[in-house]
Design a protein around this ligand. Structure first.
Ligand code: GLN
Length: 206
């Protein structure tokens, strides 16, 4: 089974661990640079993207993680994690830095303030069965998708209809919402499949 790290600086680390374990992965918290060497994939949980950025730097993880992403480490970012994977950010603090890797522009706090956090059902490319119940908490949306990224889901109705909330680029996956809080593990399963595919591609051929 693949070993998937969860960036454990801020956010729902335990909930992501439970969802990953239920999806057939071995989940480990990541706080140190050397821990990046023993994982097959990484989850960046939600939280506050500027705080996670500062903590990544305080823990000397920013540059090593950036390099791992460039080298092909599969990463799933939820909410603030999506912001950290985006190449471009709107509505952030001036000059907000990200790890980058995904050819997308995200808008922070796009749906409104805390009171405007909301829930809706989504159809997601690559997720079979009933629509996924999605929980958005001061979430970003994807305002622009470059040619290298692929849209997996958009909001289907209401004031935010058409807004892009799930994207993939190779082994990088990002959602505006928090799948770890609903008990539905299908988004985590999609990521575990991406990690397995990446492992089999890089496995030495016999
Ligand atoms: N609003 C947060 C940010 O901009 C993200 C919120 C979340 O991760 N739930 O970083």
């Amino acid at each position: 089974n693949p070993t998937i790290g969860i960036l454990a600086l801020q956010g729902d680390v335990r909930e992501h661990a439970l969802a990953l374990e239920a999806s057939g992965a071995f989940a480990v918290p990541v706080r140190r640079e050397r821990e990046l060497d023993s994982i097959d994939g990484l989850v960046i949980p939600g939280g506050e993207s500027t705080t996670i950025d500062k903590l990544l730097r305080a823990f000397d993880l920013f540059e090593p993680l950036r390099a791992k992403i460039r080298a092909g480490l599969p990463v799933y970012g939820s909410c603030a994690g999506m912001i950290l994977l985006a190449d471009r950010v709107l509505g952030g603090i001036d000059g907000q830095r990200t790890l980058g890797g995904m050819d997308i522009t995200v808008r922070r706090n796009a749906f409104g303030r805390q009171v405007d956090s909301f829930e809706t059902d989504l159809t997601i490319e690559g997720v079979l069965g009933a629509p996924v119940h999605a929980v958005f908490i001061r979430a970003p949306w994807v305002e622009e998708v470059g040619p290298r990224a692929e849209v997996l889901s958009a909001v289907s109705g209401g004031p935010a209809a058409g807004r892009i909330v799930a994207v993939r680029q190779g082994s990088l996956l990002a959602t505006s919402f928090h799948p770890e809080v609903t008990g539905d593990t299908r988004v985590h399963r999609l990521f575990v499949d991406i990690v397995r595919d990446a492992l089999s591609e890089h496995a030495p051929s016999l």
